[in-house]
Design a protein around this ligand. Sequence first.
Ligand code: AMP
Length: 388
Amino acid sequence: MLNIALFGPPGAGKGTQSEMLIEKYKLFYISTGDILRKEIKEKSKLGLEAQSIIASGGLVSDEIIVQIIEKTIKENQESKGFLFDGFPRTYVQAYILEGLMIKLNTSLNCLISLEVEEEESVQRLLNRGKTSGRSDDSEDVIRNRLKEYHNKTLPVLKYYKDRGIYHSINGLNTIEQVHDEICEILQDELSKNLLNIVLFGYPGSGRGSQGMALAKKFGLQYVATGKMLEQEIENKTETGKRIQELYENGDLVPDEIVVQLIEQKIEKAKDIKGFIFKGFPRTLVQSYILDGLLKKNNSSISEIIDIEVPTLELISRLDARSKTDRCMPYDDSTEKIVKRLQEHENKTIPVIEKYSQTHNIKKIDGMGSFEEVFERLSTEIEQEFRKI
Ligand code: AMP
């Protein structure tokens, strides 16, 4: 999703720019001012409550704003992103927006501030007042709106400056110049929009081979923790030596090591369209870690896929593999195979259950030839790419 807030004093040109942006980026437009005016026109309870405040140029209560924003967002969850105009207008509303975005498993990409001096906005609004039919476009109300802007709205900038997603643009430039500058910022944001897939499935379900092939086909970075640990041992790094020791003692590799390796992989990745995670997260703790790692990079899980294969087929596949040169040290005996399946059942199934509360988990039938399963997975991922 691409979520943006346009910021600036009344008359800065937010409405004009919004029209151009929603057309170009197919965003869902949310102007709290427009929604409130509609409520007033319909004489709804909410409209009646807001009417006199708007007429005097004051700000309506945060409670009213929460109600209208929550409803609008809920009704349009499937959109490619939201463009907020006139919201957040108070420091409290900045927190409200953050909470609403978390609920949708997304975040605000940036806040773009159109900088216009006070006298210029007064002149613009007085001009607009000649044709807008808006009762709040008269001089004394305009002055009050600007006062509210200074006192209550400007502090919002600090919130976004602190989070590093604030951009300022000179609103005195021509409409086209301002539009081009905004597009530049958004293009930059879009290039950061990654498709992050978590591939689940029991050992033997084909996650590894499918994951690698999918990564190649779609330009995704394949992140398989097992492989990364082996690589460290092979490269004889300091971490590799520690991992080797743990393996030899039959100990589990602690999350600290895995996290560091994944963190490096995410931060080093260049020119990729996203990540495909296999074998991670394996535990509930790791699922929180992954959410945090992606959030740190202003990203999140886009899709979770679970490859389903019946247990008997899994055992027969793993047993067959144990007789070939692709045999892994951890599936060279029936006992080890059963232990791995149990481990998945006990530790990883709860992770999938946790994610099922926030994500629509795609179940993919893992039976059939490699190509057949690959085709099913590819169709799923193509659909997800279309969404971003
Ligand atoms: P606008 O169309 O954005 O200029 O908004 C017109 C009027 O609606 C404002 O002067 C406020 O009275 C009210 N309003 C719009 N958005 C908000 C908001 N986020 N918080 C409080 N009041 C708002």
